[in-house]
Structure formats: C-alpha cells, structure tokens
Design a protein around this ligand. Structure first.
Ligand code: FE
Ligand code: FE
Ligand code: ZN
Length: 294
C-alpha cells in the first residue's frame, strides 16, 4: 500500500501553543490530516483567533507537507439549529454557526462539521426544514466559502440526519447547496443500521441518495454496540462491532482516497491511541492485543 492515506484524528488546542500545538500533536501521530475544535467542544466560548498561534501552526503544516484543504473543524455540539420553539435559542445557534464558519476560514480551513441537531418532539420533517432555514441564514451572512459538512447521526434521542435520505432533504431544501456536504461517521452509520461490511454498497447508496461528490470527510470509529443499536459509543479500532478489517477496507477504498479519515476513538488509560491506530491503518495490519499492551 503506497497510496498516500489521508488519515488523522481529532486533536486538542490548548495553552500555551494552541494551533501550533494541535499541528505538532497531529504530526506526532504520523497524521496526514486532522480535525480540531476552535475552543471547547461542549460550549461556544471562544478565544480570539489572534491568540491562537495560527500563523505558526500554518507554517509548520507547510513544512510538514500537510494539505491544509484537507483539515477539518468541528462545530461545538451544543448547537441545535433544527428547533426554533425558543426563537432566541435558535438565533443564538445561528450566530454560533456563523462565528464557527468564520473562525474555520480564519485557520485557512475549508470544512466545518456540524451535527444536524435534534427535533425535540417536533418530528424530523419540521426539524429538517428548520435546519435548512437556519443554514441559509448562516450562508447569507458569513461571507466565506467554507463548506458545512452535515454529520450522519445514529438515531439516539430525537436526532435528525440519521439516514442518507434525511441528509439529502436538508441539502435539497437549502438555497446554498454549493456550501453543503456530508461527514460520514462509521460508528454512527453502523449504529443507525447501515451494514458497513460491504462499504461499496454503502457508497453506492450514498451516491444514489445524496451524491458522492458531497462526501467531504469520514469519521473512522469502531462502535461499542452492534449495528442498529442507536447508541453512539465509539470504540478503538478492532475492539468493537465494526472491526478492524471493515474499517481498514473503508480507509483504503479507492473511491474515498481523497477524503480525509478522522479517528475519534477513546483514549486508553488517559493516553491518545491515534499513533498506534494510524500505524495499523497505514500498514493495513491489525496488531494483536495492541490495546491490552498499550
Ligand atoms: Fe461529530
Ligand atoms: Fe463523528
Ligand atoms: Zn459519535
């Protein structure tokens, strides 16, 4: 296998090095791509870009030969733009997304992953319309060309965006379709009920319903639960119900060779597993008991 695998993980962004530290962390795992939050994942409090050592980070990216256009930003997951029962909360979600899109552009990145949100009792159909309306408000104001990649969800609680059809509907309703793409999360997709053992069949289905050109990023995670469980608990590669062989085949599928694959697997004994997981994917070989011996 000597194709250049576009593989990385989510990385932190902490004082004192901030983005420079994120890039260093990614390089330490042997990454060729990565994903980060521009602040804490669970809230929308954000430091100004000027404090985040972005120029230093971008310089190191260039030296390392990492293609900036393949880097991914993830929006904070408190956002719910799919419900406007409380209009001020909905407006706040829209403002938060605008801010995140602009911050993404500020890092020189092109793609922001967003969870489609929850219908909270209104039903998926209404929520999908509400989200499409919110996204159009974002695209009418943000002044960037950053794309929003809607993440496929597993169907826990009242999540929307759980089938390819729902994602396609959100895009269809938008007046700014050129700004929308998709993030396919393997744990979520399996937990919803898609069978990833034949990934070509899943890609065919994705292509038929959404269009494969919309696929912008893959979250490569094993799952602690069997197909259809609607749980969303990520597992380390080879230790879940999807399994290493299926995930490795996804990583190396030629139809997604130019799509970055991002690991969001859990830490082991408070240590990041990504160096080891990336090593296995690069070689295409599972290392027996790697987690037990980690
Ligand atoms: Fe996510
Ligand atoms: Fe994900
Ligand atoms: Zn997840």
């Amino acid at each position: 296998m000597n194709e250049k695998l576009l593989i990385g993980s989510h990385v932190g962004m902490n004082a004192p090095d901030f983005y420079l530290g994120s890039v260093k962390e990614a390089i330490s795992y042997g990454s060729t791509a990565f994903m980060f939050y521009t602040g804490a994942p669970q809230n929308s409090f954000r430091k100004p870009l000027s404090e985040l050592k972005i120029q230093e980070g971008r310089k190191l990216l260039q030296e390392a030969g990492i293609d900036e256009s393949k880097l991914i930003v993830h929006a904070p997951y408190i956002i719910n733009a799919a419900n406007k029962n409380k209009p001020d909360l909905w407006e706040m979600s829209i403002r938060t997304i605008i801010n995140e899109v602009q911050r993404t552009a500020g890092f020189g990145c092109k793609t922001l992953v967003l969870h489609p949100g929850n219908h909270v009792g209104n039903g998926a159909e209404v929520a999908i319309e509400t989200l499409a309306e919110a996204l159009d408000k974002v695209f009418e104001k943000d002044g960037t060309d950053v794309k929003i990649a809607l993440e496929t969800m597993c169907g826990k609680g009242t999540e929307i965006g759980i089938t390819f059809e729902e994602i396609a509907k959100i895009i269809e309703l938008s007046n700014h379709k050129d700004r929308l793409g998709v993030c396919l999360d393997t744990c979520h997709t399996s937990d919803y009920g898609y069978d990833l053992t034949d990934f070509d069949a899943v890609l065919d289905e994705f292509d038929r319903v959404i269009g494969l050109d919309r696929l912008l990023v893959i979250h490569l995670n094993d799952s602690k639960n069997p197909k259809g469980a609607h749980k969303d608990r990520h597992e380390n590669l080879g230790y879940g119900f999807i399994g290493f062989d299926t995930l490795n085949a996804i990583a190396h599928n030629p139809r997604v060779s130019d799509i970055p694959k991002i690991l969001e697997t859990p830490y082991i004994n408070e240590k990041p597993p990504y160096g080891k997981e990336i090593e296995m994917l690069k070689s295409g070989k599972f290392i027996d008991n790697w987690k037990e011996n980690f």
